[in-house]
Design a protein around this ligand. Structure first.
Ligand code: TTP
Ligand code: MG
Length: 238
């Protein structure tokens, strides 16, 4: 877990720079396959008053004016993927642009992984028709060029598909019952191409890679060691 410590040091070191340059928070996005531990990872940063933590708005996806778009999408992907990904994109944009007084913002996922991993997979699998994909992509291009979605650092929780598949089965979200190991393998490949090999899409910031195959309890113990000294709040008061 030294990569976790490296990441935190990097984060703390960047605070002075960031605060003196502009008032935008130093923005970290946490990426990784379904079940890689993004929410668990982020939960440990909630205790720092300097960090605004934005977990994934999955409850919104489950209840958009009474409609569970997440379950519709898995039940009938061809019918509902455009609707679902449009809403995901909107809710991600909301997180990217949400004002905060905190000097650091940490977000679960981003408008980037929604487009480069999920929409990409739906396009490759022929789930999203070409016209639908073109509309989603046109919105994505416009939003990333014209709104404040800037990212300063990416944490990639890198995991083996077999490990996250097991976690997903144990977690047992009803909507995710149709997800197979093959689905997670190809989603893993898309994350790898983007954040590890860096060959598929533009990588919007530097990347810290964290081994997310560890038991989540071990990740928890490592995170518990993070204290006010690791993330020195005095550095933040400028
Ligand atoms: P994840 O965004 O991977 O979140 P998670 O909570 O499962 O991950 P972790 O355990 O690491 O905290 O996926 C949430 C669900 O939403 C999952 O079923 C995949 C789906 N999803 C899409 O279908 N399209 C998208 O663009 C995104 C971001 C998620
Ligand atoms: Mg999560």
């Amino acid at each position: 877990m030294s990569s976790l410590r490296r990441f935190l040091k990097n984060l703390a070191d960047n605070l002075i720079l960031t605060r003196s340059k502009d008032s935008r928070p130093f923005t970290v996005i946490v990426e990784g396959n379904i079940g890689s531990g993004k929410t668990t990872f982020l939960n440990y940063f909630k205790k720092f008053k300097e960090i605004c933590v934005l977990s994934e708005p999955i409850e919104l996806w489950r209840d958009c004016k009474g409609h569970n778009l997440l379950s519709y999408m898995y039940a009938d992907p061809r019918q509902w993927s455009l609707t679902f990904q449009s809403y995901v994109q909107l809710t991600m944009l909301n997180h990217h642009t949400l004002p905060t007084d905190c000097p650091i913002k940490m977000i679960e996922r981003s408008i980037y992984s929604a487009r480069y991993c999920f929409v990409e997979k739906m396009m490759r699998d022929g789930i999203l028709s070409e016209p639908s994909a073109a509309v989603i992509d046109a919105w994505f291009q416009w939003l990333t060029r014209n709104t404040a979605v800037k990212v300063d650092h990416i944490v990639y929780l890198r995991s083996q598909p077999e490990v996250v598949y097991q976690r997903m089965l144990e977690r047992n979200r009803p909507e995710e019952k149709p997800i197979s190991l093959e689905f997670l393998q190809s989603l893993h490949q898309l994350h790898e191409e983007w954040l590890y090999d860096k060959v598929s899409h533009h990588c919007p910031a530097t990347v810290s890679i964290i081994d997310a195959n560890l038991d989540l309890e071990l990740v928890k113990q490592e995170c518990e060691k993070i204290n006010e000294k690791t993330l020195n709040p005095r550095k933040i008061i400028i």
